[in-house]
Design a protein. Structure first.
Length: 279
């Protein structure tokens, strides 16, 4: 639990720094509940001149995702996510902004990278930065697909409203920010991605037991004939999570240095697939 809390605090600090120094400076609306909070804050300030603290908007808005997390994902996961929401909301109001450049494109790209890193750090601690991240986890576990891609599409609504109220240039740069965030997250966090393993080996029993112990996933044994030598060959077929691949491949090599392994990205998996609980 200490490691999870540390991940949340580090990820939250990075996220708050990013909002203060990159998002605010560029006037970006990054989508999700963070973007919605910033959109309300910017709109109220633009049309009424009243400055509402970010925390006064973001914390109440996240009550709905928090309910979804408690109801469908897990208690500890949601409590840590709520800790992240509270800390980031307060830090955004307190942290002084740092100015690096006035180039909107650079702010959008590097802000998106930093945002993706912040989200990944929190996810490593089995928590999120709140908002649509919680909804993404819910979609990922229910549908067996990476829910962060769906959220990218849903953010179009927030960005469209931002374009109408605050200007289309900011909305378009915000699309770049959100796209870079999603790509960074896909690169660094692979838990909800699926990979299919095709393993041709003479040590199927040993390798299957290792896969089962390491990941709790099953496998299917196929028998065939190698066309080159005409000898009987055995192949294990198994589907595992993307973040488990880096652990399995060296262990497969240890069990059988002569094994032939093909790793294929799976677009969708139907049926029973073990997903490690977030709590």
């Amino acid at each position: 639990m200490a490691f999870r809390i540390l991940c949340v605090m580090v990820g939250t600090g990075i996220s708050a720094f990013n909002i203060s120094s990159f998002v605010h400076h560029a006037g970006l609306i990054p989508g999700g509940f963070t973007g919605l909070s910033l959109l309300v804050q910017e709109s109220v300030q633009k049309f009424t001149g009243i400055v509402i603290p970010y925390s006064f908007i973001n914390i109440p808005l996240n009550c709905i995702p928090a309910f979804i997390g408690i109801r469908f994902i897990g208690r500890n996961f949601t409590l840590l996510s709520c800790l992240s929401i509270f800390l980031s909301s307060i830090l955004v109001d307190l942290l002084p902004p740092l100015y690096f450049t006035d180039d909107m494109l650079l702010l959008s790209i590097f802000g998106g990278i930093i945002n993706g890193v912040a989200m990944t750090v929190c996810l490593r601690g089995n928590a999120t930065t709140g908002g649509t991240d919680i909804i993404s986890i819910f979609i990922s576990e229910r549908l067996g697909k990476d829910g962060f891609t769906y959220i990218l599409g849903g953010n179009v609504v927030v960005l469209s409203v931002a374009g109408i109220l605050l200007g289309w240039d900011k909305a378009m740069y915000s699309v770049i920010f959100q796209f870079v965030t999603t790509q960074t997250l896909h690169l660094l966090f692979k838990r909800y991605q699926r990979n299919t393993l095709y393993i041709i080996t003479d040590k199927t029993d040993e390798i299957y037991r290792m896969i089962s112990q390491e990941t709790n996933h099953d496998a299917t044994l196929f028998k065939g004939v190698g066309c080159y030598q005409g000898q009987e060959r055995k192949m294990l077929y198994s589907v595992v999570s993307g973040d488990e691949i880096h652990r399995l491949l060296p262990k497969i090599r240890e069990k059988d240095p002569m094994a032939f392994v093909n790793v294929v990205k799976s677009e969708r998996v139907w049926g029973k697939f073990y997903q490690k609980p977030n709590d």
